[in-house]
Design a binder for this molecule. Structure first.
Ligand SMILES: [Zn+2]
Length: 237
């Protein structure tokens, strides 16, 4: 019943305020809609640059971190955000409270995961943000991406397996080495070790930059007995 009412309200709002492409601002209708996306028109979708392969992403991590410190086995990413307008989409998800953007592109990301691999995950873990930051922004954008992935692949989203214990400076202007130092020891695993032993987890985030954040989480999980950690992001910087 709740969903039924929600759908009515949703289509009514859609009728009053048609959806616009977050990149080119054109109205999205039946003619230019693709892959059920409501926030990116078909033209802008095809204009996006497909992100590099897992191998390329892992190789990049190997050039920034010590080889035995790279804790990610496989990395999925949808689009390059290096000098592309897909960053506009990410920006809306992060700062304009457009949660649905995260869910929609999370579903698209799940299609890619399905195509590339048959690994079974015990849980999807959104990259946590510090509670002070969550208070300030009101939400964690990665949670919505994780929900989209979960809708398609049916793995549970677990936000309580790892927490961000320290509030750190923004990493935007830092290089790879500074980022590694910045995220060292900032994650804590609040659960009993038995929750992690022999588990395979998928870490989900909006953008993969140097991978320092994701890798730091992955190391923490592996050190507590997890078997394998992969990651999935919408954008690749
Ligand atoms: Zn467009």
């Amino acid at each position: 019943m709740k969903t039924f009412l929600y759908n009515i309200v949703d289509s009514f709002v859609g009728f009053l305020a048609p959806k616009h492409c977050l990149v080119c601002n054109s109205i999205i209708d039946k003619e230019n809609q693709i892959e059920n996306l409501n926030y990116l028109c078909n033209k802008c979708y095809y204009n996006q640059q497909v992100a590099g392969t897992s191998e390329a992403i892992i190789n990049r991590m190997l050039s920034s971190f010590e080889a035995d410190n790279v804790a990610i086995t496989y990395a999925y990413s949808l689009f390059s955000v290096h000098k592309t307008d897909f960053l506009d989409v990410i920006h809306h998800l992060k700062y304009s409270k457009l949660y649905k953007v995260g869910v929609e592109f999370g579903e698209l990301l799940a299609q890619k995961i399905k195509q590339e691999s048959d690994v079974v995950y015990d849980a999807i873990i959104p990259v946590p943000i510090h509670k002070a930051k969550k208070r300030e922004r009101g939400y964690n954008q990665s949670t919505f991406i994780a929900k989209g992935v979960s809708k398609v692949l049916n793995y549970p989203v677990k936000e309580d397996l790892i927490i961000r214990a320290k509030y750190t400076e923004s990493q935007t202007k830092m290089n790879a080495k500074q980022r590694v130092a910045n995220v060292k020891g900032i994650y804590e695993l609040p659960k009993d070790k038995s929750f992690y032993i022999n588990k395979t987890f998928l870490i989900v985030d909006d953008v993969f930059t140097t991978g320092s954040t994701i890798n730091s989480m992955a190391n923490e999980l592996l050190n507590n007995g997890a078997k394998r950690i992969d990651c999935a992001t919408l954008g690749l910087a």
